[in-house]
Design a binder for this molecule. Structure first.
Ligand SMILES: Cc1cc2nc3c(=O)[nH]c(=O)nc-3n(C[C@H](O)[C@H](O)[C@H](O)COP(=O)(O)O)c2cc1C
Length: 520
């Protein structure tokens, strides 16, 4: 027998294998019609389908074609993060006459900064123009030292090494780091300002039957003074109104301890909160947390219907209470995992959702009381200028931050097989992440973003992007005479943000980011 097998040469082996595959395709397997009807060659279809996204990304798609982020956008983040040349030569490759293209109206002469101006000393110094929690007189108000910050992404959806890189990166950039829904982990505790975020699962602050525990939250805040604010998630753009299941298989001892759940057991985050069930209870809940922790408290949501927001605004007016900040997430927002029907269709895109909400709060005279934070592909300076013109005070970025630390937009966050080690718990894949290098890259991306946003602001004749008005940005609707400024497109004027000077922001007692400690 061995002699016989030994006498079969290589091409005969190939033939035998092909015959065996054909037999399997036709007579044994019953799942795939294509392989049955086209034995052997049918497999090519599955191979091409599997590697199609990579082929398109690297070879076929043009520079501006892909979504969520096209090659030019990704390239700008990579180059900015690596401190490489992020300019483009020979002029724009965008069709600037295209529908919905935005233009920033520049001034005849740009804003001039003096020799002693904070931006002469530090070209990327760009704190938030509002203090979170000031209106409501919270015990510990907070002025974010950076207008760009890391959006909610949990330890669990991201790897330990990715979270640690982001936290060390925000420390270097003076920004804040939102924990996402998975609780506060040791990887969030490397010196950056932190916004503690929780959703319906109350991970990290839940009792043993899964309800919210105020005692645990108070203890957490007392133990970790770098927590500067609390964010209650009502919904997020990629899956509003959808709960989630964290499969038991993903719950290691470490994740179980941090989230306050049992090892190896599926954990449900329901669509609804159990701590409140209507708008007025939400308001009481916010007040209660703010009182017990002393911290500013905000809410995060994707926008659709406005009735309950209207109720919230009315109650805020009546009671004088309310959230210190509102994070508006766009329907274009990312997630670790969501059904496409939700990610593609539920909730409004950022510009529509934000403009609806801002207008509503403005009509009740409430915008000065709130710090507005925007998220949804806003991590690019010109887009951020538009968002500031519409009324945001800060930007949160999730996927852009991931890209700055090496994400290649493989879009497999939901499979635990992220090739860059960022959105996976696989130890081998995480091992490639060099934390000091990646944290430096996040910081560099944030600094470059701020520097370019400052330059656009100066080009428009202003000192701080909070001074952008709706009429400074135009949106193309075919001909220049038909293109409309944002105020005419979205039918409101932004309420002016009180701003004296960048120097005053620099001297502010509540300025975060360890800015005073680092600079002294
Ligand atoms: C991997 C991943 C995990 C996320 N986890 C959360 C979360 O725990 N809570 C939340 O409110 N949003 C979560 N988000 C949404 C982001 O915080 C952000 O709102 C959204 O992606 C829009 O920002 P971007 O366009 O800059 O990515 C997550 C997004 C990603 C990509």
């Amino acid at each position: 027998m061995l002699d016989f097998l030994g006498n079969i040469n290589w091409w005969q082996w190939i033939l035998i294998i092909l015959v065996l595959i054909a037999i399997r395709d036709i007579f044994i397997q019953r799942k795939h019609t294509i392989s049955h009807n086209f034995p052997i060659v049918g497999h090519l279809r599955y191979v091409l389908e599997k590697i199609g996204p990579e082929l398109r990304q690297y070879l076929v798609a043009n520079n501006r074609e892909e979504l969520p982020f096209n090659r030019i956008e990704r390239g700008w983040i990579y180059a900015s993060a690596k401190r490489e040349n992020n300019y483009e030569g020979f002029g724009t490759d965008r069709d600037i006459y295209a529908h919905h293209h935005i233009f920033v109206n520049n001034a005849m002469m740009p804003f001039k900064i003096s020799e002693r101006h904070p931006n002469t000393i530090d070209k990327s110094f760009l704190p938030c123009a509002k203090v979170i929690g000031q209106y409501n007189k919270r015990k510990k108000p907070f002025r974010p030292a950076s207008v760009i910050n890391v959006s909610a992404m949990s330890f669990g959806s991201l790897s330990a090494k990715a979270i640690e890189s982001l936290n060390k990166g925000v420390r270097l950039a003076g920004a804040y780091h939102n924990t996402g829904e998975g609780g506060l982990s040791p990887y969030h505790s490397h010196g950056g300002d932190v916004i503690f975020h929780f959703g319906t699962g109350y991970f990290g602050v839940r009792d043993n039957i899964g309800n919210f525990s105020m005692d645990k939250l108070v203890q957490l805040v007392e133990k970790n003074p770098f927590i500067k604010a609390i964010e209650i998630k009502l919904s997020q753009g990629a899956k509003p109104g959808k709960g989630g299941v964290l499969p038991g298989a993903k719950i290691s001892h470490e994740i179980a301890k941090i989230r306050g759940v049992e090892v190896g057991k599926d954990v449900l985050s329901p669509p609804n909160h159990s701590a409140f069930s209507n708008v007025s209870e939400l308001l009481d809940f916010i007040e209660d947390i703010a009182k017990k922790t002393g911290l500013p408290v905000g809410i995060k949501a994707a926008i659709g219907k406005l009735e309950q927001w209207n109720e919230l605004a009315n109650l805020m007016k009546e009671t004088g209470k309310g959230p210190d900040f509102i994070t508006v997430d766009g329907g274009e927002g990312g997630t670790g995992a969501a059904p496409p029907s939700f990610a593609d269709h539920v909730s409004l895109p950022w510009v529509y959702g934000f403009s609806d909400l801002y207008k509503l709060f403005q009509s009740k005279g409430l915008v000065e009381r709130i710090v507005f934070i925007g998220s949804g592909k806003l991590g690019f300076p010109a887009k951020a200028a538009m968002a500031f013109a519409m009324g945001v005070d800060c930007i949160n970025v999730a996927r852009e931050a991931m890209m700055s630390i090496g994400c290649i937009q493989a879009q497999v966050c939901h499979t635990n097989r992220c090739p860059s080690g960022i959105a996976t718990q696989n130890k081998w894949l995480q091992n490639g992440i060099n934390i000091p290098l990646k944290s430096e890259r996040l910081a560099q991306y944030f600094k470059t973003f701020r520097k370019e946003l400052i330059e656009i602001t100066h080009a428009a004749g202003y000192e701080h992007p909070c001074q952008f008005k709706m009429s400074d940005i135009e949106m193309n609707v075919d001909d220049h005479h038909l293109s409309k400024e944002l105020n005419r497109t979205y039918s409101y004027e932004k309420t002016a943000v009180p701003f004296s000077s960048m120097q005053d922001l620099k001297d502010c007692l509540y300025l975060g980011g360890n800015y005073h400690t680092l600079k002294s």
